[in-house]
Design a protein around this ligand. Structure first.
Ligand SMILES: CC(C)(COP(=O)(O)OP(=O)(O)OC[C@H]1O[C@@H](n2cnc3c(N)ncnc32)[C@H](O)[C@@H]1OP(=O)(O)O)[C@@H](O)C(=O)NCCC(=O)NCCS
Length: 161
């Protein structure tokens, strides 16, 4: 399969935060942000694989700063690395005050997706071809994150027996 670069499949999703996304003080619920992160990640993974992709892991997500009603939320998602059937995607969340243009990074996450064939089985995906120094650095670091996830998955499997 031909490798694909991260920039070929990267997306930015933008959504305005309305009162239904927030508590009575106007702070947006973290769940809405997570939903946007997962939507953006899933678009990137399925564009890379050219197959539907399901989420198998979302690494810990912190909400470093509040997002308020009226803010625009931008989620930038890019593929980092692909293995046989799984792919790691990075998501960066920024909140923008549309009246001042001020932007703040509010969250960051790595997610893992698996491409599925028509029968719902994991199916092979193309490799990622990093282009920039930063993309190469993250590509190398991804192997360690994968090892940690798979070790955690194995511990959970053993403890649920
Ligand atoms: C995706 C799914 C079909 C994979 O099934 P599985 O039995 O784990 O299949 P495998 O063991 O062959 O794993 C498939 C790939 O996922 C990777 N993987 C599975 N769990 C993982 C995890 N927790 N973290 C990182 N990678 C994981 C495997 O390493 C393998 O990667 P590779 O082919 O690139 O080497 C199954 O886990 C599933 O259906 N999960 C639910 C997904 C879903 O519905 N998500 C939406 C939220 S409800």
């Amino acid at each position: 399969m031909e490798p694909r670069t991260p920039s070929e499949t990267a997306v930015t999703l933008t959504q305005v935060m309305n009162p239904e996304h927030a508590n009575p003080l106007g702070n947006v619920h973290g769940g809405w942000i997570l939903k946007l992160i997962d939507e953006a990640g899933s678009i990137v993974a399925s564009r890379h694989a050219r197959h539907p992709a399901v989420t198998v892991e979302i690494d810990s997500v912190s909400f470093r700063e509040p997002v308020y009603v009226g803010n625009l939320v931008h989620v930038q998602a890019r593929i980092v690395r692909a293995w046989r059937t799984s792919m790691e995607v990075e998501a960066i969340v920024e909140a923008e005050d549309p009246l001042t243009g001020e932007r703040r990074i509010t969250s960051h996450a790595y997610l893992v997706y698996v491409a599925l064939d028509r029968a719902g089985r994991p199916t092979p995906v193309p490799p990622v071809q990093p282009e920039t120094e930063e993309e190469w650095r993250k590509w190398h670091e991804a192997e360690q994150r994968r090892a940690e996830r798979l070790a955690r998955r194995e511990r959970e499997r053993l403890s649920s027996r």
